[in-house]
Design a protein around this ligand. Structure first.
Ligand code: F6P
Length: 560
């Protein structure tokens, strides 16, 4: 195992520490003195036009940050990942989500641990495409021969968030007369609510679980199976015999997993199961068979376009020097804000209602990856890690939490994401509504960067204490990511961008960004507490005082 390089011992870190000491950011002055700042700090990454100029960095700081990436071996670790080194040290696994989007016929062929990776990836993609086409054209139908109209993806975490985010984002591409829904939560409301208006005869369930052991997913899968059997039996579509129930499952359930033996044990025909591999982390799996619901809803061609977008960014990262490498630079800026300027969170603010689930998706990607206190060799981290990622689409956020970003006491770096062309061009009284929307995106980043001085407020006639209230300090850092349209490829590019930002930060912090041991304890305890909920005295006695008191409240107020 290559030991992580402690970033805090590098000369670049010392440079940044010194730069921080007398740092007084002044975007107004920097812009005034340097007409080339915007051009120098704007970079194109495939279709993404990325303006970094409104970040709180000078050229010197940026150069030190790039040296930090060099001195901590970011490029070397990326190369190690691409060639299949077991950089997921705690699970002794390769990390090869980038292989999922290599184009067919990519050379040289990727062979890792004896596995012909490209052949296997293309094989599953072809199978997914063929199956999606059959569902879309009615060749694969329900048990009574009716065409599928609704797909319900049952999965959680990485087996849910990617598909659900992309399904919403690419809604304009869903033309097949098939709608996807997503059930994730073990809260019974979720499945009850998502199935209550569905017809069992035209519903197809996809059980998506990398491990096929996840409590939520397997519970929901059993509930779905019961719902299917009950509905089909009630309508007389099946007679309720075991044979017909098995047949119904074969027509209404497919699975996506790395554990096809467990899929078979659940009763799903493995000819309708799509595999992937342990070298795909759950939160990096949307471009594996986990995206099956997307291939069905949006079509296999759209799914391939999405993958091509991911790949374009992978190639940029692989071939672009660190100083122009967009995800690396954005990761470095996050390190600057987190470790030197004290930022604790990072807002992602898409000016696209279609990206309503983007922040939720990024929360798993970034926080499950980099929310760690030990490094990949088991030693403690040497600096803060893992910001809280959060956000909502503009302009909704403007009327909710932007106040704090503009005038609060905390530093919150924000990424603004916008698209030149709307999915649905609409006019209001002769005015292009999307233009108005974009004016808000531009206005917000401008206000955050340049603020409003007291004299500007006074010049508008304000006096007294109101002057201070109406003053905006500015120097609130933002990155603007602009693209022509929210196409499948552009969406793939955006997701890959954040994957590689996360990777860059992980390397600098010496973190294994590909395990998630922190979710285990709660899972174990839930299994221990479940019997206590059901009244088991021994399990109850084993709990701490607070848990016992909460269980007593539960017992007292339970009505059903
Ligand atoms: O609980 C965390 C986690 O392991 C995630 O990393 C993963 O995406 C999710 O659970 C779902 O896991 P699975 O796909 O195996 O059901």
């Amino acid at each position: 195992m290559t030991a992580p390089i402690d970033a805090t011992t590098t000369s670049a870190w010392a440079e940044l520490t010194a730069a921080r000491a007398d740092f007084a950011p002044d975007l107004r002055a920097w812009f005034a003195a340097d007409p080339e700042r915007v051009e120098r700090l704007t970079l194109d990454l495939a279709d993404l036009h990325v303006d970094l100029s409104k970040n709180l960095v000078t050229d010197e700081i940026l150069a030190s940050l790039v040296r930090l990436a060099e001195q901590t071996g970011v490029a070397e670790r990326y190369a190690a990942m691409l060639e299949g080194a077991h950089i997921n040290t705690t699970e002794d696994r390769a990390v090869l989500h980038t292989a999922l989007r290599r184009p067919a016929g990519a050379q040289p062929a990727l062979v890792v641990d004896g596995q012909q990776i490209d052949d296997d990836v293309q094989g599953v993609l072809d199978a997914m495409g063929a199956f999606a086409t059959r569902v879309r054209d009615g060749g694969f139908a329900g048990v009574t021969g009716k065409k599928v109209t609704h797909i319900v993806n049952i999965g959680i975490g990485g087996s849910d968030l990617g598909p659900v985010m992309i399904s919403a984002a690419l809604e304009p591409y869903a033309t097949a007369g098939i709608q996807a829904r997503y059930v994730s939560n073990i809260d019974p409301f979720d499945i009850a609510n998502k199935t209550k208006d569905l017809d069992p005869e035209t519903t197809l369930f996809i059980v998506a679980s990398k491990t096929f052991t996840t409590l939520e997913t397997l519970t929901n899968a059993r509930l779905a199976r019961d719902w299917l059997w009950a509905g089909l039996t009630a309508s007389g579509a099946i007679d309720g015999s075991d044979e017909q129930k098995t047949d119904a499952v074969a027509h209404h359930f497919v699975a996506v997993s790395t554990a096809l033996d467990k899929v078979a044990a659940f009763g799903i025909d493995t000819t309708n199961a799509f595999g992937f591999w342990d070298w795909v982390g759950g939160r990096y799996s949307v471009d594996s068979a986990i995206g099956l619901s997307l291939a069905i809803e949006l079509g296999p061609d759209v799914f391939r376009e999405l993958l091509a977008g991911f790949h374009a960014v992978d190639e940029h990262v692989r071939t672009t020097p660190l100083a122009q490498n967009v995800p690396v630079l954005m990761g470095l800026l996050n390190v600057w804000y987190t470790n030197f300027l004290g930022a604790q969170s990072h807002a992602v603010l898409p000016y696209a209602q279609q990206l309503s689930r983007f922040a939720a998706y990024l929360q798993q990607l970034t926080m499950e990856s980099n929310g760690k206190s030990v490094r990949w060799d088991g030693t403690p981290v040497t600096t803060d890690t893992g910001e809280v990622f959060w956000g909502e689409p503009g302009t909704n956020g403007q009327h909710a939490f932007y106040q704090l970003i503009h005038q609060g006491t905390r530093l919150i770096p924000a990424d603004f994401i916008a698209f030149v062309n709307p999915a649905y061009p609409l006019q209001d009284d002769g005015r292009d509504v999307h233009g108005l929307f974009l004016a808000n995106f531009l206005a917000q980043t401008k206000a955050l960067a340049f603020g409003k001085t007291a004299s500007e407020v006074e010049a508008e006639g304000t006096t007294g204490p109101l002057v201070a209230a109406r003053t905006f300090a500015g120097n609130r850092p933002t990155t603007s990511i602009f693209a022509p349209s929210l196409t499948p490829s552009v969406l793939g590019q955006l997701v890959a961008l954040y994957e590689h930002i996360t990777f860059t930060q992980g390397v600098i912090w010496g973190i294994n960004s590909f395990d998630q041991w922190g979710v285990e304890l709660g899972k174990q305890l839930a299994l221990q507490i479940a019997p206590a909920i059901e009244g088991d005295a021994e399990a109850l006695a084993a709990q701490d005082a607070s848990t016992q008191a909460l269980l007593a409240y539960y017992a007292e107020h339970r009505t059903r």
